[in-house]
Structure formats: C-alpha cells, structure tokens
Design a protein around this ligand. Structure first.
Ligand code: 5GP
Length: 138
C-alpha cells in the first residue's frame, strides 16, 4: 500500500481545507474530529507522509508521542473527563478511513457511552470553542 497525497488530512495540513485547529508546528497538526465519538475527540496528525503506523518513520513516531501526551492532559483538564482513550487504526479492515497517520484522543465520561466511529457531525461553533479552550490548556 502506498501513500496517496490527495487524502483529506494532507489537504488540511496543506491548508487547502479548513479545520478546527488546536495546535500546529513544523512536525504535527492537532485538530478537532468533526465526527466526534465524545465531547473533545481530538486528532494528532504527524505532518510526515505515511499511511499509518506500518509505514511510518520510527523517528516521526517517537517525535509525536510527547505531543499526544500533552494533548491528552489538556483534554482531561478542558473536558473534565474521567479518562481518555488513545486509538489508532491501520488499514481498512482495522477501521481506518483516512489514510494519513493520525492518533485519536477520545475523552471518556463515567456512565456515558462513546458514539460510533466517524458517525454524527458536531456543531462547528462548539468545536471552535473547544479547540480554543484545549489550546489554552496545552
Ligand atoms: P480513521 O477511521 O481513519 O482512524 O479516522 C478518521 C477520522 O477522521 C474519523 O474519526 C473521522 O470522524 C475524521 N474525519 C473525517 N473527515 C474529516 C474532516 O474533514 N475533518 C476532520 N476534522 N475530521 C475528519
């Protein structure tokens, strides 16, 4: 399987498609998932081109994990979640739908079931507000 540079996350990284951005530097972009499985569902996306974990450069993987941790902590603080799920899918049979490496951070709330993967679209105003709050807690 080869990397297809026309995937939607590549277009978001290139600035061709808008997103509710939480953070960006030379190596990664963090944004709200527009079909969240819970309030605050955030994606951490390394900018280096790879489909997923299987073809990623190990150096890119080790560079991004501290950011994943930082965002997880900011999400806990912002959403007051009781826990957080880190998820990452590799190829379609495993549930991957966008073929550019990304890490899901999904806040978990006691007694609240998580929504289905990539289903209902969130309200843009709410996502914009959340992105701002998470960014301020990074
Ligand atoms: P995957 O199934 O590949 O692990 O996850 C892709 C994720 O990207 C899904 O959770 C889906 O909701 C999200 N997603 C798909 N298209 C867009 C988009 O255009 N913008 C944002 N922010 N998220 C998207």
């Amino acid at each position: 399987m080869t990397y297809d540079p026309s995937n939607i996350f590549a277009k978001i990284i290139a600035g061709e498609i808008p997103s509710h951005k939480v953070f960006e530097d030379d190596t990664a972009l963090v944004m709200m998932d527009i079909f969240p499985q819970s309030r605050g569902h955030t994606l951490v996306i390394p900018k280096a081109q790879s489909r997923n974990l299987l073809d990623a450069d190990p150096a890119a993987l080790s560079a991004v994990m501290p950011l994943v941790q930082r965002v997880a902590k900011a999400l806990m603080q912002t959403t007051k979640a009781g826990g957080i799920r880190l998820a990452q899918f590799n190829e379609a049979p495993a549930g991957q739908t966008v073929f550019h490496l990304h890490f899901h951070l999904i806040p978990a709330f006691e007694g609240v079931a998580m929504g289905a993967h990539a289903s209902g679209r969130a309200d843009d105003a709410e996502l914009a507000q959340l992105a701002k709050k998470i960014a301020s807690n990074l």
